[in-house]
Design a protein around this ligand. Sequence first.
Ligand code: ZN
Length: 267
Amino acid sequence: MLVKTEAIILKTMKYRDTSKIVTFYTKEYGKLKGIAKGARTAKNKFGSALEPMTLSMLVIYKKEHRDLHLIAQCDAINSFKNLTEDLDRMTTALAVIELINQVTHDEEHNLALFALLSETLSALNSSLKNYSSYLHSFRLRLASLFGYAPNFEVCSECGNPLVIDNGEKQYAFQVARGAVFCNHCCMPSDSSTSIRQNVASISISAQGLQILRRLLNAQINSLSNLEFDIQVGNQIDELLRLYLRYHFEGLKPLKSTELFHQNRAAS
Ligand SMILES: [Zn+2]
């Protein structure tokens, strides 16, 4: 069956002498893999439409009960060219597509996830600063779409709205429940955490909690305006890394962000 759908390229790999196997996240069918015959020859008819992070219009011969399909045509709609302009922005975009590739299964249609992915790449492409906010926000919204929406609004114990001041207060975020305790119900006794064995809670500052709320709820194209210092950023990064690893079984550390940290350490 010949089908046509918008698709974002997640990954490509060499196949035989002249072809490529391309992994797409498509609007109509979720994740799909296809063979692009001749994509590595001088006459490559696909041009740049199969480059990772590109939004393309894909025409594919889709075979039932097969996990590899034949790509008939692919034309770039938006290459999001700014994404590859600098290392910070590129590693953020690569982390987003790596994450979606890890947590999705083939041919599970999810229109909201496609919209989140394309909106995130588009906003990141237009942004000028605070790139890490896009990855943090993407992780929070991804978890929400899979049924693990965290609650940063009310205490998970007493149900009272969390009163957030800007002082030194620390709150306790419970990784398993995606919930926060108010100061009356629980003070974090120990900020150290380990996955599965003792998933109690991770400590988060009042400012961190405020930023998390906005990362979850703000318009994606306004995320560049979020200002927070590096300690808060690190705290949020750690919290989200643990949160996703807990809820998405088998999630591997993202290669793109590891590369990023290595580069940072080296520079
Ligand atoms: Zn409480």
